[in-house]
Design a protein around this ligand. Structure first.
Ligand code: NDP
Length: 458
């Protein structure tokens, strides 16, 4: 994929970028390698001050920075500002909590292991490569960069080829805030070239957020080189509505979840399992909200959601829609490719989705909802779990026994009750099955790329 800023609202190529040459890549790797010694010599307090400074820079540059995201990947300006502010606050979270998250631990009494002293310390491991997607072009990067830098590691960002200006901004941000030269840099390289970087002995680990295909390519290279990897690969997330739920609220939240970021969110609801006792009422409210949420100019504050990020992502989503239509799905709204410029796609609602349709199992990264009727909590759990993915589930019920059963039975990395799935600074984020492995955020996230070292003294 060419490295370029293409305005998704118009399809116009605004700026193209040459990938870094072999010599430039070597220079960047050498700078990162040299920065490790400098980073190891810093204290939490120093890193925290620089991280706060980086967060303050993002806040001060909010309008310009949010405009970059809207221009490069089409999200509405309001959601872009929210994302940039969230990113700055996520940096502050790690600036304030990293030392506590990585404090020494004494899991056993020293005498029980024949020692006078025994503890566990958490030390940086060096340069980590981050292969990142375009859908939350700031937040996806920051939730890697903030813990990595606060742990004393250095970072290399290989961002999606469709968001190069965002990538270059992030590649300069941390040095501008005071971090040592080379602590966090951007590499302009295309997808497949990123996997080759993992062979370099100076890269100590890799994290990727994106598709299963890209994730398995990166994990394969990491495995061959015996390097740690973390994968966050999206999902076909579920939204379960039981009879005791607040029907109106859950219908509204469900539609918001499916259309947020033009449906291009790993944890937004894609499969809706609604109990038959409330199905008709819920479906009518959901459909009305989906029909009322429409795409438009991302810079117009009245727009519900912007265009899809790239021509390819829209084509992939529409392919799933066309396949379902050819196999007899019922289309309640949407499902047609709009004419005109840009990569817009309408809110789409399907029922009668059957297992032979690709959309039954595959992730649809667009505002397309598949709604199913269920007759019990057990059926909702069984059908939710009948998926290759397992990232996050949103369940709606006020019955405590039913909620406990859903929390226990759903094979997902997170179960949210009576609210939409989201990422929070202090809570782990990640999935099971094809949704990946490892966790981002909170204490769990910062401990992914450290040497958990046992220190024992006779
Ligand atoms: P990709 O997985 O192709 O892109 C994500 C990142 O991986 C980009 O930086 C990309 O670089 C890079 N990449 C691609 N191929 C390789 C490779 N072989 N080795 C190393 N890095 C690679 O996602 P797409 O943008 O093509 O989107 C396709 C689908 O992926 C979506 O429809 C959605 O299902 C899923 N996805 C999930 C996301 C999530 O949040 N979990 C985010 C984005 C996508 P480059 O841009 O240069 O190709």
């Amino acid at each position: 994929m060419a490295i370029a800023t293409i305005n998704p609202a118009t399809g116009e190529t605004l700026k193209t970028f040459e990938p870094h040459s072999a010599a430039q890549i070597e220079e960047i790797l050498a700078r990162a390698d040299a920065a490790n010694a400098l980073m190891r010599a810093t204290t939490f307090a120093q890193r925290s001050a620089w991280m706060h400074a980086a967060a303050d820079l993002m806040d001060a540059e909010l309008d310009r920075v949010a405009g970059l995201a809207s221009t490069e990947m089409g999200k509405t300006i309001g959601t872009a500002k929210y994302e940039v502010t969230k990113s700055a606050n996520g940096m502050r979270h790690y600036a304030d909590h990293a030392e506590e998250y990585l404090a020494d631990e004494t899991p056993v009494e020293a005498s029980t292991v024949g020692a006078s002293a025994a503890r566990v310390v958490f030390q940086p491991i060096g340069t980590i490569l981050a292969v990142m997607p375009w859908n939350y072009p700031f937040w996806q990067v920051i939730r890697f960069a903030a813990p990595a830098l606060m742990a004393g590691n250095t970072g290399l960002l290989k961002h999606a080829s469709s968001v190069p200006q965002t990538a270059l901004y992030l590649g300069e941000l941390f040095e501008r805030a005071g971090f040592p030269a080379g602590a966090f840099q951007t590499l302009l390289v295309e997808g497949a070239a990123a996997s080759k970087l993992i062979d370099d002995r100076r890269i100590k680990g890799v994290t990727l957020t994106g598709s299963v295909g890209a994730g398995s390519a990166v994990a394969e290279a990491a495995g061959r080189n015996v390097k740690k990897s973390v994968l966050e690969l999206g999902g076909t997330d579920v939204f379960v509505v039981m009879p005791s739920a607040d029907v109106a609220k859950s219908a509204e939240f469900g539609a918001n979840s499916r259309t947020q970021n033009s449906g291009q969110s790993c944890i937004c609801a894609k499969r809706f399992y609604v109990h038959e006792d409330v199905y008709d009422e819920w479906f009518a409210a959901f459909l009305a909200k989906m029909e009322a949420t429409t795409g438009g100019d991302p810079f117009d504050p009245a727009t519900g959601f912007g265009p899809m990020a790239t021509e390819q992502v829209r084509a992939e989503a529409h392919e799933l829609v066309e396949d379902a239509k050819a196999k007899g799905v019922t289309v309640h709204t949407g499902g047609e490719l709009p004419s005109g410029p840009g990569w817009f796609y309408p809110s789409t609602v399907f029922t009668d989705v059957t297992p032979e349709m690709r959309i039954y199992r595959e992730e649809c990264f667009g505002p397309v909802a598949c709604v199913y009727r269920v007759s019990s909590v057990e059926e909702a759990i069984e059908r939710s779990n009948d998926s290759d993915f397992g990232l996050a589930a949103s369940v709606w019920t006020t019955d405590p026994a039913e909620l406990a059963r859903l929390q226990e039975g759903l094979e997902f990395g997170a179960v949210f009750a009576n609210g939409n799935t989201a990422s929070f600074f202090g809570l782990p984020f990640g999935g099971v099955k094809d949704s990946g492995y490892g966790r981002e955020l909170g204490r769990f996230g910062i401990r992914e790329f450290v040497n958990t070292k046992t220190v024992w003294e006779a």
